[in-house]
Design a protein around this ligand. Structure first.
Ligand SMILES: Cc1ncc(COP(=O)(O)O)c(C=O)c1O
Length: 351
């Protein structure tokens, strides 16, 4: 786990003379979240929050589940993963193969969506298993600290980083990598990538096809002060980029890799040629064979009908409009309570 390679992504994915470095976290056994899972479990054991042999229970759309299954095997803990029907059957199958129990909630919470429904199921499982521990990836500072080594790897591999492009789900890897890199390079530009219909940067919650990045709650781990700009990307745009990367560079991934690649391609084209740009690719393509890379599935979801624009739509602040296609905003703020439509009063929004 760790010490993943970087890959130069240039022409023809980008325009001549421009490119970026992709940190290939798909080279970890499960994906980027192996780092978070192992670190959170190790820290909880050291603090006595997770007694030897006690159960680990967590809500995840998959990648952290694979990491927790790895931690469960490594440290000797049973693992229960709570997910929703959007989890790819291959991932659920792999989790069971690695010894984890998979619990699937069947209906979204009327206000907090699937994430809130999953968290309520987690609470039930914690109550049913004395000594069980929940890493609570959305709010656990160890989920941020886990990514410090990744930042140091980038410094060793690239020498200098001028721009970092990162997807945001729980906020863990953007906060962990961004803070360390900014301490090395104070002028670092940090570009956040989210999905349309995600609440993280102040948009209203909506139905989301893309998994991994985005959220329907307000994770405390998101380091708003770090970001110079945020881009929201739609599913069809991420599919186009993930497929273009596969054809041109062989290294690809799923929703977050596609979204990050689309944005970084634009950052590379619009930055001076000497700018050193790093993009984090959280996982590889395998679990997306039945979705992002499946023509019938993509056609059924109308994801193959348009090419993305060459440039994002620009808005001055998140509340200006509800975004439905690739959009950029240079004003990044923690969503104010007034914009947290209907979500006030849930555990996730209490700070
Ligand atoms: C595939 C994938 N991409 C991106 C992310 C977002 O990462 P973070 O939770 O560190 O913000 C996740 C998180 O689960 C993920 O699984």
């Amino acid at each position: 786990m760790g010490d993943t390679p970087v890959l130069w992504v240039g022409e023809p994915f980008t325009v001549a003379g421009r490119g970026f470095w992709a940190k290939l976290e798909g080279h970890n056994p499960g994906g980027i979240k192996d780092r978070a899972a192992l670190h959170m479990v190790r820290a909880a054991r050291e603090r006595g929050q997770l007694p030897p042999g006690a159960r680990i229970v967590e809500s995840t759309s998959g990648t952290l589940g694979l990491g927790l299954a790895l931690a469960g095997v490594a440290f000797g803990h049973p693992v229960s993963v709570v997910t929703d029907p959007g989890m790819e059957p291959q991932v659920a199958g792999l989790l069971r193969a690695y010894g984890a129990e998979v619990h699937t909630v069947t209906a979204p919470h009327p206000v907090g969506g699937w994430q809130q429904a999953r968290r309520e199921r987690v609470a039930e499982l914690l109550a049913a298993h004395p000594n069980a521990w929940c890493p609570d990836q959305y709010h656990n500072p160890d989920n941020v600290a886990a990514y410090r080594p990744l930042a140091h790897e980038l410094v060793a591999q690239l020498g200098r980083v001028d721009t970092l492009v990162v997807s945001v789900g729980t906020g863990g890897h953007s906060a962990g990598i961004g803070r360390v890199l900014r301490s090395f390079f104070p002028a670092l530009r940090v570009v956040g990538v989210d999905t349309c219909a995600s609440t993280i940067f102040g948009q209203p919650a909506g139905a989301r096809l893309m998994r991994g990045l985005g959220s329907s709650i307000y994770p405390r781990n998101v380091a708003y002060e770090l970001f110079d700009e945020v881009h929201w990307v739609a599913a069809a745009e991420a599919v186009w980029a993930a497929r273009a990367l596969a054809r041109t560079r062989y290294a690809t991934g799923g929703w977050s890799v596609g979204a990050v690649a689309l944005v970084t391609r634009w950052v590379a084209r619009t930055s001076p040629p000497e700018e050193r740009i790093a993009a984090v690719f959280p996982d590889g393509p395998h679990r997306y064979v039945g979705t992002v890379f499946d023509d019938d599935w993509c056609r059924a979801h109308r994801l193959l009908e348009h090419l993305p624009a060459e440039d994002p739509q620009e808005i001055a602040w998140s509340g200006e409009t509800v975004v439905t296609r690739w959009t950029r905003c240079e004003r990044v703020e923690r969503p104010a309570p007034a914009t947290r439509d209907g979500s006030r009063g849930t555990a996730e929004t209490a700070r």
